[in-house]
Write a protein that binds this ligand. Structure first.
Ligand code: AMP
Length: 191
């Protein structure tokens, strides 16, 4: 199995690249942001609980996100592998993911971390806000907070995988195709 953590700040291009990667490598895409947005739209209890955090650009509590992802892994037991997008975002989530996957005997293969300059992130997010209507992509203050939360709470997850020899940084600047080629090269090098 090929289990990839696609990592990077908001606006790094994780969602765009995940869609291309899952087609090429036949993987299941698990984006916690997408799952949370669909819970929000369906006005479930989970969605209502998550909304307060998402609206401010804060992280949804670990317990909520971990429970959610566990259910998705269990319901895709025949998958070739997973692309985790936007998860794990804290060391507690990374540890929980390790435990879930070790029960299944299929560990994380690698974390691929997209590296993008901050000014480019803000530009991409504001553009996506205009095109998609996503509220948290339209307000410069919320964008600023999401990047701050990423730097403070999420970047330590890099060390979690680096200490296991499973971290690879990928330049996330340039065209979508250029970035995709770099990701594929890193994945094909694993074989
Ligand atoms: P994203 O689509 O990945 O940018 O996520 C949008 C929002 O959903 C984030 O700003 C958080 O509020 C929430 N979220 C998504 N994934 C997670 C996660 N793994 N842990 C905590 N909160 C998350």
């Amino acid at each position: 199995m090929l289990n990839i953590v696609l990592f990077g700040p908001p606006g790094a291009g994780k969602g765009t690249q995940a869609v291309k990667l899952l087609e090429k490598y036949q993987l299941v895409h698990l984006s916690t942001g997408d799952i949370l947005r669909s819970e929000l739209k369906a006005q479930t209890e989970l969605g209502k609980e998550a909304r307060n955090f998402m609206d401010k650009g804060e992280l949804v509590p670990d317990k909520v996100v971990i429970g959610m992802i566990e259910g998705k892994i269990d319901s895709n037991s025949k998958a070739n592998g997973f692309i985790f997008d936007g998860f794990p975002r804290t060391n507690a989530q990374a540890k929980a993911l390790d435990e879930m996957l070790s029960k299944k005997g299929t560990p994380i293969t690698i974390m691929l971390a997209l590296e993008v300059e901050k000014s480019e992130l803000v530009k991409r997010l504001l553009l996506r806000g205009k095109e998609s209507g996503r509220a948290d992509d339209q307000d410069p203050l919320i964008i600023e907070n999401r990047i701050k939360v990423y730097n403070n709470e999420t970047t330590p997850v890099k060390d979690f995988y680096a200490s296991k020899g499973k971290f690879k940084g990928i330049l996330g600047m340039g065209t979508v195709e250029d970035i995709f080629d770099r990701l594929c090269e890193a994945i094909d090098d694993l074989k």
